[in-house]
Design a binder for this molecule. Structure first.
Ligand code: FAD
Ligand code: DHB
Length: 392
């Protein structure tokens, strides 16, 4: 099989890139190792920056997002047993965010791609990328019981943090910067109306909790837990009791409880792979960088990478212009490092140290109080949370 752009991975990055290339008239093929049902059900992100919503609109993939997405004008920080609202429009010159699940984005993009093209192969697992230094890199992949090849002009690795694309960079051609955090998140999905209109980021006495949502009827909640936690040790009652304790305030507010339909543990880590290009192999999304989820940046970064890449590959296709491709890594990494720092700061600000360090806790509270009291401090948080411009 031959194509111009071989895309490894059918997550949000790979699917949106395919859609952008298709609309720019550039041939491509997407290889996805899992089944359609698996990729459409994998519970992950939910908070979209304005730029991410705009990108999905420009790609003609936002009909349902426009109808069903929940536009939020702010978030609540909860600490000192009180609520403190950060109002985005007044702090950022009118910006908002939208709550719309990653599962829905993937479902929308898969449906469009299967209806209109380009080819999307499920249960097609890439095993190697060969010859990225030359003009015709080849992806070897397993599909329908045999090994096949996809010969490309460019290969884009959108295969997430456990993919194979990064491994095709020769040693010495890349560097990985990594940081592991000493805690994880227990995430639950519950069939109950959210207990809030906007997301709540809480620094409870015993650690972090986040109240998010998937719709007006489904809540999504997260709890800081120790690394190595087994979800089986968290029966539903225990989850609700701990969430209620971390969200508790000295005012009239109750956490609505309901049936929990999914439960999983995610470790918190940060990871940046530099550069994001080697010859004719490019990386995008989680394949190149992971951030801890506290800043809600992972999916948004994946989308901003492919917006830059879509433009760069379209320019190359139109007239052979590689200027943007040559600057791809530099343009994306500027934004990636800003998001990495913001995600790190949000994580450090809101989580309890496992050793219960009282000095750290005092510093966190003093920073949180400053954000609540100072328009300047709140504006900095709001600017990052709602999303920095595509090119910095
Ligand atoms: P992925 O979604 O990982 O997709 C990669 C795809 O490649 C997968 O479908 C995989 O099956 C496929 N693949 C892997 N290997 C191969 C192979 N060898 N061959 C073929 N296919 C392969 N981000 C936000 O912006 N906002 C949030 O609110 C947010 N919350 C989060 C909450 C949690 C609990 C978690 C875990 C993450 C959250 N994120 C959030 C991060 C976000 O989900 C990811 O950044 C996003 O999924 C990245 O998309 P991607 O397409 O780069 O990678
Ligand atoms: C969600 C996840 C996050 O990590 C976050 O910061 C905000 C929202 C979510 O899954 O809805």
């Amino acid at each position: 099989m031959r194509t111009k752009v071989g895309i490894i991975g059918g997550g949000p990055a790979g699917l949106l890139l395919a859609r952008l290339l298709h609309r720019a008239g550039v041939d491509c093929v997407v290889l996805e190792s899992r089944t359609r049902a698996y990729v459409e059900q994998r519970q992950r992100a939910g908070m979209l920056e304005q730029g991410t919503v705009d990108a999905l609109r420009e790609a003609g993939a936002a009909d349902r997002l426009t109808a069903e997405g929940l536009v939020h004008q702010g978030i609540e920080l909860r600490f000192d047993r009180a609520r403190h609202r950060i109002d985005f429009p007044s702090l950022t010159g009118g910006r908002t965010v939208t709550i719309y699940a990653q599962t829905e984005i993937v479902e929308d993009l898969v449906a469009l791609q299967l209806a209109e093209g380009p080819p999307l192969l499920f249960e097609a697992e890439a095993v190697t990328v060969e010859g990225p230094e030359g003009d015709a890199p080849v992806v070897r992949f397993l599909h329908e019981g045999g090994e096949r090849t996809l010969t490309c002009e460019w290969v884009v690795g959108c295969d997430g943090s456990h993919g194979i694309s990064r491994g095709a960079f020769p040693a010495g051609a890349c560097r990985t910067y990594a940081h592991d955090y000493p805690y994880s998140w227990l995430g639950v999905l519950a069939d109950v109306a959210p207990s809030c209109d906007e997301l709540i980021y809480a620094r409870g006495e015993h650690g972090f909790a986040l109240h998010s949502m998937r719709s007006r009827r489904v809540s999504r909640l997260y709890l800081q837990v120790p690394n190595g936690t087994d979800p089986a040790d968290w029966p539903d009652e225990r989850v609700w009791d701990e969430l209620a304790a971390r969200f508790a305030i000295d005012a009239d507010w109750t956490l609505r409880r309901g049936p929990i339909t999914a439960k999983s543990v995610t470790p918190m880590r940060s990871h940046v792979h530099e550069p994001m290009r080697h010859g004719r192999l490019l990386l995008a999304g989680d394949a190149a960088h992971i951030v801890p989820p506290t800043g809600a940046k992972g999916l948004n970064l994946a989308v901003s990478d492919v917006r830059v890449l879509g433009r760069a590959l379209a320019a190359w296709h139109r007239n052979g212009d590689t200027q943007l491709l040559d600057r791809y890594s530099e343009i994306c990494l500027a934004r990636v490092w800003q998001a990495t720092r913001f995600s790190h700061e949000m994580t450090k600000l809101l989580h309890a140290q496992p050793n219960g360090d009282a000095f750290e806790h005092r510093l966190q509270l003093s920073r949180l109080r400053r954000i609540a009291a100072s328009r300047h401090a709140a504006a900095e948080l709001a600017a990052h949370y709602t999303g920095l411009p595509l090119t910095l």
